[in-house]
Write a protein that binds this ligand. Sequence first.
Ligand code: F0G
Length: 418
Amino acid sequence: MSERNIMLECINCGKKYPSDTVIYRCSSCGGLLDIILDYDSIKESISWAKFKQRPLSVWRYYELLPVNPKLKVSLLEGGTPLYHAKRLGELIGLNNLYVKFEGANPTGSFKDRGMTVGVTKVVELGIKSVGCASTGNTSASLAAYAAKAGLACFVLLPAGKVAMGKLSQAMLHGAHVIALKGNFDQALSIVEQICNEEKIYLLNSLNPWRLEGQKTTAYEIVDQLGKVPDRVVLPVGNCGNISAIWKGFKELETIYLTDTLPKMTGIQAKGASPIVNMIKRNLKLIQFTDNPETIATAIRIGRPVNWPKAVKAIRESNGTAESVSDSEIITMQKMLAKLEGIGVEPASAASLAGVQKLLEEGVIERDETIVSITTGHMLKDPQEAIEIAEPVNEFESDIIKIKYFIESKLAEVVKAVR
Ligand code: F0G
């Protein structure tokens, strides 16, 4: 055991590994790995009052993070807004709807929470290069944190299926970008093999150190809301985030900082919904989707590696899973932007589209306190935003025509108010 009693453990067979082992799956059974912390000793040293003396951020909770905070590679991640979505809530029939806007992270997605911890682990291990497969956001985030730490970075992306904002980030931050003529699932399988053979450290969500950073979303929600919500709803792709956030909530309960747990609710796009299928049909084993397709390219994933952790999170918490169509995603993306001023990418809108659907189905109750996590900023996919928004109104330099246009629009506003 290391100084702080931190261990890696297989969630399947229980085999343990020292914390400096470079490994992504159990060497005995191939199972997923988790990080084990010594909660008895952590419990002694923390309290909400102590946390609240530090800035709201991932590192506010460093006692619960399994890396050395003195070595931290940080771009000031976390501390994202929790908005009370009053107007949207009123429209769909919810009084206590909150939006945790993860698009406010340094590279515009929740991935930064994981990368600050994951890349700090890389520095601890003394490894000089990192890699990932990505639908876009992971690569953007890893490229930025690798730049900050001075590491070489390799990213494998599905060619032609990564939104422009994300691709431009990976490129500008200096990652070596490999566009694969295939999908994300194939890219991940290749990069995992390469990382096992070369001296490149894998930072997909298969890596449990990265998920440790992402669990801080749970801590922040309780910190900001002042209580545990009844339900947390989020988009699900490779299944890392829902697993990490569930772990965060369970830890708070274990160390007596909270005494309830939320229902974890995962939303997928209709064309890429193996988890929803599994939950709804109560299957024991997952049936993968071979050709995933959706406008929400971030979650265009058919073979989610972390499915056992995600399904456990949903079942243990009495949560559920639901799928939404591309048109439901787009409608919600526009509503959120116009009613709340929150601009999100399509995958993130899936989360709220799922809330609305579950409310209509009677699964969600009207008085529930719900936190919907919107995972990425709208500027990640500006092309899609332009395609779904009202077209731009083009004019010659003619003030009369412009005034006429403005007056006709103002008349519409007056009509709508009446
Ligand atoms: N939302 C966004 C905006 C994402 O980018 C992702 C995943 C998810 C939700 C799903 O999270 O995989 O933990 O279940 N994006 C990964 C990537 C796959 O490569 O950027 P998950």
